[in-house]
Design a binder for this molecule. Sequence first.
Ligand code: KG4
Ligand code: ZN
Length: 333
Amino acid sequence: MLLAIETSCDETGVALFSKNGDLIKHLLYSQVALHSPFGGIVPEIASRKQLEVLPPLIHKLLEECQCFPHDIKAVAVTFGPGLIGSLLVGVSFAKALSFALKIPLIAVDHLQAHLSAIFLERSVKFPFIGLLVSGGHTALFLVNSFEDFKLLGHTRDDAAGEAFDKVAKLLNLSYPGGPIISKLAETGNRKAIPFPRPLLEEETLDFSFSGLKTAVLNFLKNNPSFKIEDVCASFEDAICDVLIEKTIKASHQYQIDRIVVAGGVASNKRLRELFYKKAQKEGLIVLFPSPEYCTDNAAMVGVIGYYKWQKKDFANLETEPYARVIFKRYSKN
Ligand code: KG4
Ligand code: ZN
């Protein structure tokens, strides 16, 4: 059996896979309630909580699967990018387990894991265009295989989820802002405020969302009697338009008709709706994992972990976790 661990941010995820690569079970502990009063994730609190939660969560998983530590034949863990304190908890635990049980240690990249979550529910033919939209990242990839991720574009400032969270803060809404804005937007007028669509007209496949956030701030200052639902709806559509148009541009540029969208923001109902509509019009296939696998979780870590286990692509006790995106990791061709 393969044990997968995810502790890159504020979620603690553990998963067990069978020797055939099937997911047996995964468990997730979310710290959202802990960070909510601060309006965002506090890294020191996140790592301390990871330390407290991870060992009992693994015990619980083994117990619920009626397994023992000696049944674990490999351990896969997220090495980065993410919060270094949180990453260190999972990586140190996995290294200790690898050393004690004399089993292979497998290093998994968090962004690659997100874009592989789709394989938990269905198979997808390579290559495909992958859009990763989360609280920490917004990036477009050409995914050629489980180990060949070519980065096509990345946000130059805020991630899409971060923009949702920051705009929620401006509106005095709680954290995380994405789901709350999305709910309010349902009854708002989506054309009420012409918020900008940053970089949409430009050739680049990069994104930029900090100007959009500033546009919302300026609008709120100049229109004190604004209708919150209209602000949410207009803002949500501005983000969705940019994400969809850039992804479709990439699929045309690389002549690939399959698109996979992953990460926390991929749970957004409006994004899914508009994406399906637009893709159908363009003759493209767009696939989303279930919301359960959009957010951080260890099942997605196990997908890459299992692939690397088959290939005997192992890390060792000297392999270091990394906080930042290592761009050269994603540029093979
Ligand atoms: O992938 P994720 O769980 O964590 C990482 O950032 O890795 O993503 C969390 C982000 C938050 O910024 C949250 O506001 C956003 O995903 N999010 C949403 C929705 N659900 C979560 N954004 C828009 N609409 C949603 N329904
Ligand atoms: Zn993530």
